[in-house]
Design a protein around this ligand. Structure first.
Ligand SMILES: O=c1ccn([C@@H]2O[C@H](COP(=O)(O)OP(=O)(O)O)[C@@H](O)[C@H]2O)c(=O)[nH]1
Ligand SMILES: O=C(O)[C@@H](COP(=O)(O)O)O[C@H]1O[C@H](CO)[C@@H](O)[C@H](O)[C@H]1O
Length: 210
């Protein structure tokens, strides 16, 4: 039997979080949803609570990896679905497409790749598909991935390294007409660029880490 928990790390995502939760709720295969508000200063946590899902609230920002790890510790699913909180255009089909290869095929992880959404975000995922925040993955694997809690934006690199080293079977899923808000769109040009620099630093640290 399978039990699927969705974990959504969210830092100041009040514009998009509600639609994402409502879309996931349409998918019967999903048992529960955990939103981890990672020090959000806006209404992210409030809106998620209004939608009647489990909400973990950090009083300060700890980073995406820590948010995901805390959500994972609270979760009960034997399959975990990770979705970012800033998706625009998410449909129940996208969600189902990510899950089915784990439930009914012989895959241990799926990874969603934007396509035909917006030029910039499609291009980013074409170049670095392994950075995608959209994945379904078996619980026992997440338990074995080192350093998730301290990874921040290096989370996806930590997962990718583990998957490559252990020959994990991964299926890439095209996610048509899906995009996300870019940092500069969410935070303004200056803060967005600062956050982007932080992200590249976290990613680089995890690339050179053993
Ligand atoms: O310190 C952070 C940074 C990001 N996020 C969340 O992690 C996901 C991916 O981050 P971001 O949106 O910055 O990446 P992008 O989607 O721009 O690639 C989003 O749901 C963010 O709200 C988080 O929980 N803590
Ligand atoms: O797509 C990308 O290049 C980056 C940055 O996205 P934006 O430039 O803010 O649209 O986003 C991905 O990488 C992050 C770090 O690994 C992940 O945390 C995000 O989930 C993912 O969307």
């Amino acid at each position: 039997m399978y039990h699927i928990t969705t974990i959504i790390p969210a830092l100041n995502e009040e514009k998009t979080i509600k639609n994402i939760i409502e879309t996931i709720k349409q998918v019967d295969l999903i048992e529960d949803i955990i939103v981890v508000s990672d020090g959000s200063q806006d209404k992210t946590a409030f809106i998620a609570k209004e939608s009647n899902v489990e909400v973990l609230e950090f009083s300060i920002n700890r980073g995406k990896g820590s948010a995901v790890r805390s959500g994972f510790e609270k979760s009960k699913g034997n399959i975990i679905l990770f979705l970012d909180a800033d998706l625009v255009g998410l449909t129940s089909k996208h969600v189902t497409d990510l899950i089915l290869p784990i439930v009914f095929e012989d895959y241990e992880m799926s990874i969603g790749i934007f396509t035909k959404g917006r030029f910039k975000t499609d291009l980013a995922q074409k170049i670095t598909p392994f950075l995608s925040g959209q994945r379904a993955i078996k619980r026992e694997l997440i338990d074995k991935i080192p350093n998730i809690d301290i990874s921040k934006y290096g989370l996806e690199i930590a997962i990718t390294k583990f998957v490559q080293r252990n020959n994990i079977r991964v299926k890439e899923i095209p996610m048509k007409n899906l995009t996300h808000l870019m940092k500069e769109e969410k935070m303004g040009i200056l803060n967005g660029l600062k956050e982007r620099f932080k992200m590249y630093l976290d990613i680089s640290k995890f690339i050179i880490k053993d």
